[in-house]
Design a protein around this ligand. Structure first.
Ligand SMILES: NC(=O)C1=CN([C@@H]2O[C@H](COP(=O)(O)OP(=O)(O)OC[C@H]3O[C@@H](n4cnc5c(N)ncnc54)[C@H](OP(=O)(O)O)[C@@H]3O)[C@@H](O)[C@H]2O)C=CC1
Ligand SMILES: N[C@@H](CC=O)C(=O)O
Length: 376
């Protein structure tokens, strides 16, 4: 039986769902001859990990209890004395991850799985890459950091997977990689890549207020921890950048033209999230309703679109015919149209649920399993 030892960073909506998937797929994975050995799980403050990473693992009871505690909103300290694990805080967290990577990297192997929404994980991810470990990301931020950090992170492509960063569980990165490695030049990519903005746009067409549907999108697990990451277009820009860099573009986030749905004075550094959700977002209801109605009078709908073409990478609202491929999208579905030599007149189209904890965590799990040939 193959074993994949892993440490999970981030135990929010996606991280917890990943743990649930790992536990519920035990017998499926056993039939496939592979076992996922979870050595540790962290949130923003604490890492719970086994002391002997060469032989031990967090048992399923402990993993499920970790999920229960975090979904109640409690901290990991509520688990003191529950299972056979040690508690690491502050600098000890990185030390434990790096010690594990040093010990396992060249023998049993280690996958560091980033389901956080933090930029702070970049350093440890790059350190474990240097130690011959694998990394799997749902978190877009490390991949959208400065080019030199990105280059380092993806320097050993066989050991890096990040399918869930674009289109959640949809096979976007894998499909693009196949086209690229076959020498088929990709000329143009157009997509609707935000589950949140897709959901928001199609719900306001039904007459619901913007502020209300933003809150529902958050409750459904579609938004980033701060939904302004979605509404500013920044989350889509990150996905655009990940795709553009995969296509070989040497660009950074500030080379992307981004349209925000809220004014500068509501930005995270100027308005607390709570104020944005209680008063800020509802002050936008009327202007967004007018924009949607104007498009509707022209027989059109509004969609938030990402375009990567020529030397242009931009994300913003477009008014599109209701029956256009992007206009027909409903709910949190994403669509990506890829034009290349082989897909010249009719694009390759990848479409389906593009957000949500279940599909995102399923994408992360599939990425981990995809690495199995690198493990003994
Ligand atoms: N939901 C979706 O549809 C999709 C999400 N993603 C990505 O998945 C990631 C997770 O999203 P989601 O689960 O919704 O986010 P949550 O906010 O629910 O969870 C984030 C988790 O990361 C932890 N965390 C924060 N900083 C660090 C850190 N420095 N080290 C380790 N852990 C940290 C948080 O800790 P604490 O609990 O202490 O706050 C929390 O447990 C995001 O990057 C998101 O963009 C990607 C595709 C789709
Ligand atoms: N917040 C994102 C989640 C997936 O990346 C979205 O709405 O698409």
């Amino acid at each position: 039986m193959k074993t994949i030892p892993l440490i999970l960073l981030g135990c929010g909506g996606v991280g917890r769902q990943l743990i649930q998937h790992i536990v519920s797929c035990r017998s499926l994975h056993a039939d496939q001859g592979v076992r996922l050995r979870v050595l540790g799980v962290s949130d923003s403050k604490t890492l719970l990990a086994v002391s002997n990473v060469s032989t031990a693992e967090l048992d399923d009871g402990s993993l499920l209890e970790i999920c229960r505690v975090k979904s109640r909103g409690s901290s990991f300290t509520a688990l003191a004395g529950f299972g056979e694990f040690q508690v690491f805080t502050d600098l000890e967290v990185i030390r434990k991850v790096l010690d594990s990577a040093m010990l396992l990297g060249r023998s049993a192997g280690l996958a560091l799985v980033d389901c956080s929404a933090s930029s702070d994980t970049l350093k440890v991810l790059n350190q474990v890459v240097d130690l011959d470990c694998c990394v799997v990301l749902a978190n877009k931020k490390p991949l959208t950091a400065a080019l030199e950090d990105y280059d380092k992170l993806v320097s050993n492509p066989r050991c890096v997977r990040y399918e869930s960063t674009v289109g959640a569980g949809l096979p976007v990165i894998a499909s693009l990689n196949r086209i690229i490695s076959s020498g088929d030049p990709i000329n143009n990519v157009v997509g609707s890549l935000s589950g949140t903005l897709g959901y928001v746009m199609s719900e306001i067409e039904e007459g619901k207020p913007f502020s209300e549907v933003v809150k529902v999108a958050k409750a459904l697990g579609y938004t980033e921890p701060d939904p302004r990451d979605d509404l500013s277009g920044m989350d889509v820009a990150r996905k655009g950048l990940i795709v553009a860099r995969l296509l070989g573009w040497r660009i950074n986030l500030d080379n992307i033209k981004i349209e925000s749905l809220y004014p500068e004075e509501m930005a995270p550094d100027k308005m607390p999230l709570e104020d944005f959700l209680t008063t800020g977002v509802s002050s936008l209801d009327e202007s967004i309703k007018e924009r949607v109605e104007k498009a509707s009078q022209n027989g059109n709908v509004l969609r938030y679109v990402c375009v990567i073409e020529g030397s242009r990478c931009e994300v913003g609202i477009q008014e599109l015919p209701r029956n256009a491929p992007l206009g027909r999208l409903r709910g949190s579905d994403n669509v990506l149209q890829v034009y290349s030599r082989c897909y010249k007149d009719q694009p390759l189209v990848i479409q389906g649920a593009g957000a949500g904890n279940d599909t995102t965590a399923a994408g992360v799990l599939a990425d981990i399993l995809d690495l199995q040939d690198l493990f003994p």
